[in-house]
Design a protein around this ligand. Structure first.
Ligand SMILES: Cc1cc2nc3c(=O)[nH]c(=O)nc-3n(C[C@H](O)[C@H](O)[C@H](O)COP(=O)(O)OP(=O)(O)OC[C@H]3O[C@@H](n4cnc5c(N)ncnc54)[C@H](O)[C@@H]3O)c2cc1C
Length: 307
């Protein structure tokens, strides 16, 4: 069955990552007429990693693509429709929400926004090619693969400091590389960095990632003295922020200063009948399990709204 422009769905879900696919599964199972719009491929960020070790119920290492396909199939088993479309704008037309794509406008009584977020890159030439080969954007996800090894974390905010603290309990040595002479991170994190295996390189930037098929080191430059040094490393954790994919809803749905939907744990946005789930929402921990949990909560809220 092809998705239709001239009907009003009960629920349209934007994004087929773990948040969107879980929301769709719960909506379908509740008997709601549900359509998922995905601009690229199902699974979102999850589908870009081969090594998931922390999704409950899957001991050992699971690959994200398989998990994504299973989530998609499970939602479809409950009658959910999915189609490829990038939502360019969201508008509210009385009780009906309009989702504009380049091919036409989809309409629904309720919308679950699950467009996710993407890690901000350092912008070094071989960075993307080394993703999964020593370059990581998620210490919670990948830290355990670096037990007993030497790693560096780049960044100066709460995430970078928390990642360095977390990694210091697993790794032999952790460098924290920050381009300024003080961290932006809160005291509760910086205090914990005072450990023998943590070394902070102040006023420093990574200018090159050294590789032998995977990360084997980095070149670091002091921005004040211009002095350069090389560090031998097994892993490079980049923690310089995330970019939420929320631009299409800007002006319609409330965002915080970093661009995340301000919706709380109940996933309700400032617009009645519009919910936000997963990494796109302001929250402390962005993981598959928290995205899936948000998706379930959003579907529950949508069902309550519709009835
Ligand atoms: C390399 C990597 C490894 C990771 N490893 C782990 C791990 O081991 N364990 C773990 O728990 N977490 C891991 N994470 C984090 C986890 O993948 C995310 O927290 C999770 O995928 C967030 O789910 P989400 O559904 O909110 O968003 P996403 O996964 O980002 O999915 C959002 C989807 O929405 C689509 N979309 C965006 N904008 C639009 C639009 N305008 N119109 C239509 N579609 C749109 C996107 O194409 C995407 O498919 C990892 C992340 C990365 C990048």
């Amino acid at each position: 069955m092809k998705p239709e422009f001239d009907k009003v769905y009960d629920v349209i879900v934007v994004g087929a990552g773990p948040a969107g696919l879980t929301a769709a599964l719960y909506c379908g199972r509740a008997g709601l007429d549900t359509l998922v719009l995905e601009k690229l491929s199902p699974g979102g960020q999850m589908a870009t990693t081969n090594e998931i070790e922390n999704y409950p119920g899957f001991p050992g290492i699971t690959d994200g693509f398989t998990l994504a396909m299973n989530m998609k199939i499970q939602a479809e088993q409950f009658g959910v429709q999915q189609t490829y479309a990038e939502v360019q704008a969201l508008r509210v037309d009385g009780e009906t929400k309009r989702l504009e794509t380049k091919d036409g406008v989809y309409r629904a009584r309720c919308v679950i926004l699950a467009p996710g977020a993407a890690p901000r890159l350092l912008g070094l030439p071989n960075e993307t090619a080394l993703r999964g080969k020593g370059v990581s954007y998620c210490a919670t996800c990948d830290g355990a693969f670096y037990r007993g090894k030497t790693v560096a974390v780049v960044g100066g905010g709460d995430t970078a400091a928390a990642d360095a603290v977390f990694l210091s309990s697993l790794c032999e040595k952790v460098y924290l590389i920050h381009r300024r002479d003080t961290l932006r991170a809160s005291k509760s994190y910086t205090r914990k960095l005072d450990k023998p295996n943590v070394e902070i390189l102040w006023d420093s930037v990574v200018t090159e990632i050294l590789e032998d098929g995977r990360v084997c080191g980095i070149r670091v430059q002091n921005v004040k003295t211009q002095a350069e040094r090389e560090l031998a490393l097994d892993g490079l954790f980049v923690a310089v922020g995330n970019v939420p994919a929320t631009d299409f809803a800007r002006g319609a749905v409330e965002l915080d200063s970093a661009g995340y939907f301000t919706a709380g744990e109940d996933t309700r946005t400032n617009l009645p009948g519009v919910f936000a789930a997963g990494d796109c929402r302001k929250k402390p921990l962005r993981q598959i399990v928290t995205a899936a949990a948000d998706g379930a909560v959003a579907a529950y809220a949508a069902e309550a709204y519709l009835s």
